[in-house]
Design a protein around this ligand. Structure first.
Ligand code: ZN
Length: 69
């Protein structure tokens, strides 16, 4: 897996930034992580042409975008 650029998450507080980073890491390792809001399984979306990559829940309350090189 290539490096992940978290620079877009910089506006978050350091605490939630680290939490989101840890969460993305776990999802990328193939672990099943539930959305803290709706308790549904978070999905990892891999980058494709013209598509945003990130970690999303089915209801949209968790929506973490990321750039992968
Ligand atoms: Zn959710």
């Amino acid at each position: 897996m290539s490096a992940v650029d978290f620079s877009k998450l910089n506006k978050l507080t350091a605490k939630s930034f680290n939490e989101q980073k840890a969460l993305i890491k776990k999802v990328m390792q193939g672990r099943v992580i539930k959305c803290p809001t709706c308790q549904q399984t978070l999905m990892l979306v891999l980058p494709e042409e013209n598509k945003k990559a990130g970690v999303f829940c089915p209801k949209g309350c968790t929506d973490i975008e990321l750039d992968m090189n």
